[in-house]
Write a protein that binds this ligand. Structure first.
Ligand SMILES: CCCCCCCCCC(=O)SCCNC(=O)CCNC(=O)[C@H](O)C(C)(C)COP(=O)(O)OP(=O)(O)OC[C@H]1O[C@@H](n2cnc3c(N)ncnc32)[C@H](O)[C@@H]1OP(=O)(O)O
Length: 169
């Protein structure tokens, strides 16, 4: 199996997708044969909403956000003809995130996110994403989202000079 996007993107302390964040969700994203990308995640009991059986909406937003932004970066490396993480770093951040929460997301089973790049225009990349049961059973997704990823220069990361308190040695 190929490495996850996140294992190839350098210097990432993101709470959702950064391997360097010891307290983070550490999600992992991979290409699928049809050109979309997927991420399987097992929610943790403390990530619940008010009812203990459903996943908190902010956690869902983080999963969608991070899976899509990492997909945008992976796609941009592919467009540049480079392996992820090779050469001059390519960084994207979230400009817009629109989510429809369509059904409660169960907390006691693995879930799957599937993202697609819909459009690339200059620094902007539009992606769609669905959150569903891990079996991809033909039912209504739990959530559906569109996201605008914006390419940023490396100086966007200037605040990375703050000591990385989230990184345990
Ligand atoms: C960096 C490491 C990443 C590692 C993985 C992280 C995964 C998780 C992702 C995140 O959570 S990132 C954190 C949440 N996002 C932010 O904090 C972003 C905060 N916003 C910004 O820093 C700036 O507003 C932003 C870089 C998004 C845009 O700055 P600018 O407006 O100066 O950019 P620019 O002028 O270059 O605009 C480029 C294009 O994007 C458009 N644009 C800018 N902001 C937009 C927006 N919010 N929505 C839609 N379009 C937007 C802008 O109109 C323009 O379109 P055109 O090329 O067609 O003229």
């Amino acid at each position: 199996m190929k490495p996850a996007f996140q294992d190839l993107i350098p210097h990432n302390h993101c709470f959702g997708c950064g391997p360097q964040n010891s307290e983070g969700l550490k999600l992992k994203s991979y290409w699928r044969d049809d050109g979309s990308s997927e991420c399987v995640y097992l929610p943790q009991p403390h990530q619940c909403a008010g009812p203990t059986g459903f996943v908190n909406g902010g956690i869902i937003a983080t999963l969608i956000d991070c899976h899509c932004i990492c997909t945008a970066m992976a796609h941009a490396y592919a467009l540049a003809g480079r392996e992820i993480g090779q050469g001059q770093p390519i960084w994207y951040v979230t400009g817009e995130l629109n989510i429809q929460y369509l059904a409660p997301t169960p907390i006691d089973e693995a879930i799957k996110l599937v993202a697609k790049v819909e459009n690339v225009s200059g620094k902007k990349m539009t992606l769609s994403c669905e959150l569903m049961n891990v079996t991809e059973a033909p039912s209504t997704p739990y959530a559906r989202a569109t996201i605008m990823a914006i390419q940023v220069p490396s100086n966007w990361l200037k605040h990375a000079d703050i000591p990385a308190m989230c990184e345990k040695s």
